[in-house]
Design a protein around this ligand. Structure first.
Ligand code: ATP
Ligand code: MN
Length: 454
């Protein structure tokens, strides 16, 4: 609230966090309306007509409206307070049964009450930071002239090259039509198998190859049964795609993008970030500040493997050229070798998707992963294969049916251009920004294996 509001008459509405009664015949009611981390203190005098009947019965969780004069506060911790002329209770919350009566709750418990947890300090702050990051993402791309496109959630393709998919069907599971021993999806809603998308990238490529620079930002779904603190079954992805762009341009965009987002959050959410820094991760602000000013080191996968082979630490997963780089390896490179963010490029073709552009060595592809301290991979991207015949043979080599990719291949037949893009998991980014260790706590309604009810 601006300090020039002092002395003016205002009406406020919100939920009671605490009530304290003073001996002098008045009460302090702290309310919060979600607009900011700190709430507003309301002073309720015993002269209010409903003081005994209502004000003295207010408990944590009740909703109210109040009006009065904003005054400079003599108390510690707040600049202004409201001297109430009138307090209306809108909804009661029985303290005997209201689950947030206690001050501190475990994140595990709060996950079971996803309908109430946004009323806590942590989840209120997460919601505001999510909003700020989403806004920063759109601003960044809009300022650069990228076109926001909407890619489909339902897809007819059963492999987009990135993880297990959820099937979508209207067939009665008890009476699935069978043809030659297999489910006959020709009788399903779309006349063929359909799934929830795992990525909007291929459709983004369609638009990049007409509109230049585009980005998608929407929900994606993965049926991977990995019950980790970094995986959700439903999460949001940011996917820019640029025509006339190579891997170097892609890396440059990813670095500029991350710096922009971190600087934006530090500037726009100081109160929420101070809270995370105090109660969740004592180094989170410093980490973000460092990233805004630090250089990102780019090196090839092959160079990365050499450094890992030389490492004097015992890894859980073995290090060998040709195998996936695990999160422990990513963190080692960032935290122990470079003491900062790292971009790994040119991965072996066999551990990456078929659409990534082949390098001249014919062993590696133009892939890049952006690795950050503490969490490892946050962005995965690549320059796409723009040569029709090479792409065709890669599809065959990986055991897919080229007919299913006819439109994707045609993009390489008509006006093909070098193009590149990346995918960033929005919740991984929020995890990093807030310092929260479990991805279930940075999305309003987490969907994970065994958990959809709430
Ligand atoms: P990981 O190895 O961590 O499972 P990935 O290699 O499967 O990730 P990509 O297919 O490259 O990831 O997806 C792009 C980005 O989406 C990742 O860098 C990550 O930030 C995010 N991401 C991937 N899978 C998930 C998931 N299940 N839940 C939340 N975010 C995810
Ligand atoms: Mn994955």
């Amino acid at each position: 609230m601006k300090s020039d509001a002092i002395g003016t008459h205002v009406t406020v509405a919100g939920w009671v966090r605490t009530r304290r009664d003073s001996k002098g015949g008045f009460s302090f009611i702290e309310i919060n309306d979600g607009s900011a981390f700190s709430g507003l203190q309301i002073i309720a005098d015993q002269d209010l007509p409903n003081y005994e009947s209502h004000v003295l019965k207010l408990q944590t969780g009740c909703s109210l409206t109040a009006d009065g004069i904003l005054t400079a506060s003599p108390g510690k911790g707040q600049k202004v307070e409201l001297k109430a002329d009138n307090i209306q209770v809108v909804g009661w919350a029985d303290p005997e049964v209201y689950p947030l009566q206690k001050k501190r709750h475990s994140f595990e418990f709060l996950r079971t009450i996803a309908h109430l947890r946004p009323r806590t300090n942590t989840f209120g702050a997460v919601a505001r930071v999510r909003n700020a990051v989403a806004s920063a993402i759109h601003r960044f791309f809009q300022e650069k002239g990228f076109l926001y496109i909407h890619t489909p959630i339902l897809t007819g393709s059963d492999c987009e090259g990135a993880g297990e998919m959820f099937r979508v069907t209207t067939l009665d599971p008890a009476r699935v039509p069978i043809q030659d021993g297999h489910a006959d999806y020709s009788r399903d809603f779309f006349g063929g198998p359909s799934h929830l998308t795992v990525s909007g990238q291929m459709e983004a490529e369609v638009y990049a190859l007409a509109m230049g620079d585009v980005y998608a930002f929407g929900p994606t779904f993965r049926a991977e049964n990995s019950n980790t603190s970094r995986h959700l079954a439903e999460f949001w992805m940011v996917e820019p795609e640029m025509a006339f762009c190579d891997l170097e341009g892609d890396v440059a965009l990813a670095v500029e993008f991350l710096k922009y987002v971190f600087a934006y959050v530090l500037e726009h959410c100081p109160e929420d970030m101070a809270f995370f820094n105090r109660f969740v991760d004592k180094s989170v602000i410093q980490t973000l500040e460092n990233l805004v000013s630090q250089d990102f080191t780019t090196l090839t996968y092959t160079e990365g493997i050499k450094l890992l082979e030389k490492a004097k630490v015992k890894f859980e997963f073995p290090v060998a050229w040709g195998s996936d780089i695990q999160s422990e390896h990513e963190r080692y490179l960032c935290e122990k070798v470079f003491n900062g963010p790292v971009v790994l490029v040119d991965y072996p073709k066999d551990i990456k998707a078929f659409y990534m552009k082949m390098n001249e060595d014919e062993k590696t592809v133009r892939a890049m992963d952006v690795l950050l301290p503490k969490i490892g991979e946050i962005i995965g991207g690549s320059q796409r294969e723009d040569d029709h015949d090479i792409l065709h043979s890669r599809i065959v080599e990986m055991g897919f049916n080229p007919d299913e990719y006819w439109w994707y291949l045609e993009l390489r037949k008509f006006g093909s251009v070098p193009h590149a893009g990346f995918g960033l998991g929005f919740e991984r980014l929020i995890q990093f920004v807030t310092g929260l260790s479990n991805i279930r706590d940075v999305i309003p309604f987490p969907r994970t294996p065994g958990n959809i009810a709430f």
